[in-house]
Every structure is written in structure tokens, then in C-alpha cells.
Design a protein. Structure first.
Length: 147
């Protein structure tokens, strides 16, 4: 089940960060984020266990998907798709006119997921990721009726 993240989820989400990302966000960064007026966090919970989480920032009519993470053993089961759906729907309800995200150049599975939600590659950030060094593909979903 997907729901808004609460402070009681912070420990599990911080653990999820360490598992999923070489450059993970700290507990304190996550804690600050859930209290930010610009950010919305969702978790996918199954029987009190957090299997995935995501973060969307909304600012000046634009959204930015900042994070989406799913425990490795629960990938390819629709958890990421449901979290993307929650963020896109939230952005639409907030009347965002565009949403962007960054993805590793080598992460073809994530790129296909984002494309299925109407995102398209528009730019590259050279050397954006550090562990390992890799370019980031910048993807956007723009325009009336698209976000």
C-alpha cells in the first residue's frame, strides 16, 4: 500500500537509502525533507515493512522527482510504477506544468519506466554521478494535459 511518509518511517527509509544508493541521503536530510513545504514523500508499505519510497519537490509550478527507491528483492513487481503514479498524480493535482528527473545513463529499466509515464530525455549532465562516475540523463514531462 502506498501512503504519505511519516516520521515513524525515517529509520526504515534511511536503511533503504543505504541499500539502494551508493550516495545515500542521511537520516537528517530525510527528516528535514518530510517537514519541507516543497517536498512530498511517499512510502510503499507491506505488513509494516517499507519496500520502497519516493520524493517529489514542487516549486514555482514545476515538479522534480528527486528519489525513487525499491528494495532489490521487490523490483519489477510494480512498486516503482505505483510510486511514479502517486508522484505524477500529486503533481497534476498541484497543477504543475512540468516535471523533471535525473537517471543514470546505464539504468535502462528506470528510463523505460519514466518513458511509460510520458517523460522524454532532453539533456545530459556529464559526470553527475560519482560512485561510479556516470552521466545523468535529464528527462522531462511537459505541457498542458501531460503533467
Amino acid at each position: 500500500m502506498i501512503r504519505r511518509m511519516s516520521p515513524c518511517d525515517l529509520e526504515q527509509v534511511a536503511d533503504l537509502e543505504r541499500i539502494c544508493f551508493a550516495e545515500s541521503w542521511s537520516y537528517s536530510l530525510l527528516e528535514a525533507g518530510i517537514h519541507s513545504p516543497y517536498d512530498v514523500y511517499f512510502v510503499w508499505e507491506q505488513e509494516t515493512r517499507i519496500l520502497g519510497y519516493c520524493c517529489l519537490r514542487l516549486l514555482a509550478g514545476e515538479g522534480e522527482i528527486q528519489r525513487i527507491a525499491v528494495l532489490p528483492e521487490y523490483r519489477r513487481l510494480g512498486v516503482g510504477r505505483k510510486m511514479m503514479e502517486a508522484m505524477v498524480n500529486y503533481a497534476m493535482a498541484a497543477r504543475a506544468y512540468a516535471v523533471s528527473l535525473e537517471v543514470r545513463e546505464s539504468n535502462a529499466a528506470a528510463q523505460r519506466l519514466y518513458e511509460s509515464f510520458g517523460f522524454a530525455a532532453e539533456a545530459v549532465r556529464k559526470g553527475y554521478y560519482h560512485t561510479p562516475v556516470e552521466d545523468a540523463i535529464i528527462m522531462w514531462r511537459r505541457g498542458p494535459g501531460r503533467v
